[in-house]
Design a protein around this ligand. Structure first.
Ligand SMILES: [Zn+2]
Ligand SMILES: [Zn+2]
Ligand SMILES: [Zn+2]
Ligand SMILES: [Zn+2]
Ligand SMILES: [Zn+2]
Ligand SMILES: [Zn+2]
Ligand SMILES: [Zn+2]
Length: 601
């Protein structure tokens, strides 16, 4: 069985535009990103679902179907159903902040209840602990039946098993952060990046991959002040663990004491993640099967994002194709996302997160710069940019070996070009920040009343986000669900071709025309918006005046691209006359909407 056999394209979805359902979208994407889950779930779908209104389980089936057929993630109905079912518990309500881990548990509980014929969808507590003999997807894949054995100093013994409805191991991140030393990171600030290769100190990068060792130690030394014998004088029991029936998918929930997390702590927590683990290492008495990191749930100021891995590449908002661990770390460090849940899948061979020592040190230095910037300026490091991602990596393209004309120009120049552009942008951000620190220090030593930072401070990105996420609260409409959808539709612009487009979309999906007021030209191949001064597309290096329809044609039989001068396909030898009438760019992009129309939450 090939465990790692799926493409990034399968798990990169269009997100629901304008919604504040990031907690639900992230959970769904992490579940569907797991090979084992998709395999089980697609079998589950075959049994007919006939309930009305649709239950949580049936809503999830609909979400799955639309993801698999149209690559569109629409969680709207599932969200409404969750808020209806959990109304009395005040969970997942439209005007409240929702917790992604609670949501994950609710979905798994609902799948279990459906299987055992309980119609409460997870509300009925006794149904949650009713043994289904692993017949439901939740228990079949996630069941974490850890057995704790207590051995008191008085020699008496007892055993207890974790709740049947528990699918998560918990880990307190303080166990890692308490080992970090801020001074070590600070020392990096004065080391130039080019000297990091020969830097002898590990700084805090020695915590790389240490999370599981830390959890293991915690479990091995677990003790509790109790005894099964009531009249025991010692009441001091050692706990040993065993996991006789290991899960296929292992969930680790990372506990943070506060939502206010510094860039440096986010960075250290993320590098401490262990990429490949076994249940035997953690629980002692269990299988030595390998479990590899498949996904990470990140959190930042009431917003969730997810990262999913395919082979050595990571999919994450703001990352282009072929982004690895280095790019993900850099993006999450600058954006200050911290990991709150890890998803591991059973696999055949262990996987290694590839990153060089000097790259790690460079990122720790960066995290430290962000940290000091925020302490000095009292403002988010990343706040006044147009997108809610750094934009450092979103133009990164696949080094495709297919006969696609876009990649036919020499690879080396493209890569070099990309690297220098990327480094340039990176330096610009850092430079700007460092200058701001200096300016603020000058102001502090030489204060002018008119230059009050507080009154001049623009609305930061995070505050904008916050207000977007909470805009339903302010609405007085008594049907918040309807209002939310209507609100999005109202904000639209009319293209010269007659199409009504969402305000978030800078490009018309019908004619690829630009929204009025947006400068530049749209690349016919990748729909990137480029400056008028550029002759070639910044993202895919196609020429501005290249005519996609006359210079290239797409073979209708094998989807290969061929140059206009050829009359038969270079790959399958079909004749050009069989070419579809669709413009090549639409067929090439393969997504429903132009690339620039990403969701802005
Ligand atoms: Zn149903
Ligand atoms: Zn079950
Ligand atoms: Zn005892
Ligand atoms: Zn959000
Ligand atoms: Zn149009
Ligand atoms: Zn392009
Ligand atoms: Zn062909």
């Amino acid at each position: 069985m090939l465990y790692e056999s799926f493409n990034l394209e399968e798990i990169l979805f269009e997100k629901n535009i304008g919604g504040n359902d990031c907690f639900l979208e992230s959970v769904i994407c992490l579940l569907f990103g797991c090979y084992e889950f998709r395999k089980s779930f697609s079998q589950h779908i075959d049994t007919p679902h006939t309930c009305y209104p649709k239950c949580i389980s049936c809503c999830l089936v609909s979400v799955y179907k639309s993801v698999m057929t149209s690559k569109t993630l629409d969680v709207y109905n599932l969200r409404v159903r969750l808020s209806t079912v959990f109304k009395n518990k005040s969970l997942f309500q439209q005007n409240h902040k929702s917790d992604a881990i609670e949501c994950l548990n609710a979905i798994l509980n609902a799948l279990h209840c459906k299987q055992i014929g309980d119609t409460s969808e997870g509300i009925n507590e006794s149904a949650l602990n009713e043994n289904c003999r692993s017949s439901c997807i939740s228990h079949n894949l996630f069941s974490l039946g850890v057995i704790e054995s207590y051995q008191c100093e008085c020699e008496s013994q007892s055993q207890t098993e974790w709740d049947y409805s528990n699918y998560c191991q918990y880990f307190n991140i303080a166990d890692i952060l308490s080992q970090a030393d801020l001074k070590k990171s600070k020392n990096l600030l004065i080391v130039p990046i080019i000297k990091l290769k020969n830097y002898k100190n590990d700084a805090n990068c020695d915590l790389k991959g240490k999370m599981m060792t830390s959890l293991q130690l915690k479990l091995q030394t677990a003790e509790v002040d109790c005894c099964s014998r009531d009249n025991c004088k010692k009441k001091k029991s050692k706990i040993s663990f065993s996991l006789p029936k290991p899960p296929s998918i292992y969930l680790l929930n990372i506990i943070w004491e506060s939502d206010e997390v510094s860039h440096l702590d986010s960075f250290i927590a993320t590098i401490s993640i262990t990429e490949s683990i076994t249940m035997k290492e953690i629980y002692g008495n269990s299988t030595s099967d390998i479990y590899n990191l498949r996904g990470i749930l990140f959190y930042k100021k009431s917003h969730y994002e997810y990262a999913l891995r395919t082979d050595n590449f990571w999919a994450f908002k703001g990352l282009g194709e072929e982004c690895g661990w280095y790019e993900l770390l850099k993006e999450t460090t600058i954006m200050n996302y911290h990991p709150i849940c890890l998803v591991y899948e059973r696999s055949l061979e262990s996987y290694i997160l590839k990153i060089s020592h000097s790259d790690l040190l460079e990122l720790e230095k960066l995290a430290c710069e962000c940290y000091f910037y925020e302490n000095k300026i009292n403002e988010d490091f990343y706040n006044d940019f147009l997108d809610d991602c750094t934009g450092l990596f979103n133009t990164r393209k696949k080094k495709s070996s297919s006969n696609n004309p876009i990649t036919e120009s020499p690879k080396i120049t493209q890569e070099d070009n990309y690297e220098s552009q990327h480094q340039q942008k990176n330096l610009e951000i850092i430079d700007k920040r460092i200058k701001e620190v200096r300016i603020s220090e000058e102001k502090k030593s030489n204060p002018k009343p008119s230059d009050n930072l507080e009154t001049k401070k623009p609305l930061s990105k995070s505050e904008t986000k916050q207000s977007n996420c909470n805009n339903i609260e302010k609405s007085s409409n008594n049907d918040p669900v309807f209002d939310e959808k209507k609100n999005v539709n109202q904000k639209s612009w009319k293209c010269s071709c007659g199409s009504e487009n969402l305000n978030d979309w800078d490009i018309c999906p019908s004619c690829q025309g630009l929204k009025p007021g947006i400068q530049g030209w749209v690349c016919k191949f990748c729909t990137n918006i480029n400056n008028d001064s550029e002759v070639r597309c910044e993202a895919c290096f196609s020429y501005k005046n290249q005519n996609s329809q006359s210079e290239f044609w797409k073979c209708s039989k094998c989807d290969s691209f061929n140059t206009g001068s050829k009359f038969s396909c270079s790959k399958c030898k079909s004749m050009k006359s069989q070419v579809s009438s669709k413009p090549a760019n639409v067929a090439y992009s393969g997504v429903r909407y132009p690339k620039n129309n990403i969701r802005k939450s």
